[in-house]
Design a protein around this ligand. Structure first.
Ligand code: PMP
Length: 415
């Protein structure tokens, strides 16, 4: 090595990471998805991807949105392109109250913190509450992106089962009691009550107050993650848990699924003291959410028929859900699955003895992709399940995808 050459330069060009011993311990919890490489293949046009949770943006009036964005910059450019408030634009926060009212939530604009998607809100909540080793109780299965955040902050995730009516109150009671007996510190209960990702189920109206009562009695804050609540296929939305309890719940909302994820705008509603900490944490992470995105969404909400748009998304996704369930019944009679009343996903249990993760490379070779169940657990369960999304492919593609999947399952059973 030439004199004066920094030691790390010797490793440049090799596969060794010269900074390996420098990383913080928390990076050990940050793992690349084991299936990421396969997804690069899954995105090829010949593959029917039942894997991603991408909303169907061709359903949006893109020309109108283009004009609206242009108008925001032309008329409010010095605000839209400037730094803004760490808590988020006040006008948008007021409009968010109107969105949440559809699920029975009453709040004040000061209670709302605008975030860069609800994913950032998950990060902020975890950052302000979790020390390494603290317990987060979460549904089995749980949203993979939340598990990634929890793991990055070195939380210990303890799963509680759900059934067709969502999280099971007696199982939650048992788990919290057992953890208490072991002297474990449980900080949060993470739940996706509506049209669960990945399970597709919804927490029943009867169970909501029961879950809240159990959490309150055990001194556990509820983290209600609700990006899909307005995308129900039948009837009115069930009142949110935050609608029943305004000091024991942090509620997370998002415009990603009902409008468009590219703006990256979500929000948190939290009790006063928690909200102040969230704003401080957000300011240190990003200074402020994007004003350009917030003002574009604000203009969309005030000038477009956004409720009509959500309704047309509901109809579109209902048709795709029907295509998915119909195809599963026809082609995979030996599997079982949930029938979601809204949202993007169904959760499929494979016939006895099959492993969704081991099967995935063969599925991709057969030009169909899904997410194996193991992605949705912190503890390696779920090999016999897969998540199928019906949000993005057309009904014909969904039917073709399930037909291909059935071929892979049949081949697998013969192995
Ligand atoms: N929570 C759940 C349950 C989700 O499914 C998603 C997106 N897939 C998110 C949070 C994050 O959404 P965003 O950051 O786009 O608001």
């Amino acid at each position: 090595m030439a004199s004066g050459t920094p030691p790390h330069a010797a490793a440049a060009g090799t596969r060794l990471d010269p900074w390996l011993s420098s990383y913080a311990a928390r990076t050990q919890g940050m793992r690349a998805s084991e299936i990421r490489a396969l997804f690069a293949v899954a995105n090829r046009p010949e593959v029917v991807s039942l894997a991603g949770g991408m909303p169907y943006l061709e359903g949006l009036p893109l020309d109108i949105l283009g004009e609206l964005t242009q108008r925001v910059v032309a008329t409010r450019g010095t605000t839209a392109l400037q730094y803004g408030s760490g808590q988020g634009d006040e006008g948008l926060r007021e409009q968010i109250l109107e969105v949440m009212r559809l699920e029975g939530i009453t709040a004040h604009p000061d209670d709302v913190v605008v975030t860069t998607g609800s994913q950032q809100a998950l990060d902020l909540v975890t950052r302000i509450f979790i020390d390494p080793g603290d317990v987060i109780v979460a549904e089995a299965p749980s949203y993979v992106g939340a598990l990634g955040v929890f793991s990055a902050y070195q939380a210990d995730v303890v799963h509680v089962p759900l059934d067709a009516d969502g999280l099971i109150p007696s199982a939650l009671e048992e788990t919290l009691t057992a953890l208490e007996r072991e002297g474990r510190r449980v900080k949060l209960l993470y739940t996706v009550p509506n049209f669960h990702n990945p399970a597709g189920v919804t927490l029943s109206a009867e169970r909501r107050p029961q879950i809240l009562e159990i959490a309150r009695r055990h001194g556990v804050l509820v983290l209600e993650d609700n990006p899909y609540g307005l995308l129900g296929f039948e009837g009115d939305p069930i009142p949110a848990m935050r609608a029943l309890d305004d000091d024991g719940v942090i509620y997370l909302g998002s415009f990603s699924k009902t409008f468009a994820p590219g703006y990256r705008v979500g929000w948190a509603v939290a009790p006063h003291a928690v909200r102040e900490k969230l704003v401080l944490a957000s300011e240190s992470a990003i200074l402020c959410p994007s004003n350009a995105s917030q003002l574009a969404i604000s203009a969309y909400l005030s000038t477009c028929d956004w409720k009509g748009q959500v309704k047309s998304f509901r109809e579109l996704y209902r048709e795709r859900r029907d295509a998915m369930i119909g195809a599963l019944s026809e082609h995979l009679p030996d599997a079982s699955w949930t029938v979601p009343n809204g949202g993007f996903y169904t959760w499929v249990k494979l016939p006895e003895g099959l492993d969704a993760k081991a099967m995935l490379p063969r599925a991709v070779t057969s030009r169909v992709a899904y997410v194996p169940g193991t992605a949705f657990y912190a503890d390696g369960q779920g090999a016999d399940h897969m998540r199928l999304s019906f949000c993005f492919p057309t009904p014909e593609r969904i039917r073709e995808g399930v037909r291909r999947l059935a071929g892979v399952v049949a081949g697998e059973s013969e192995l």
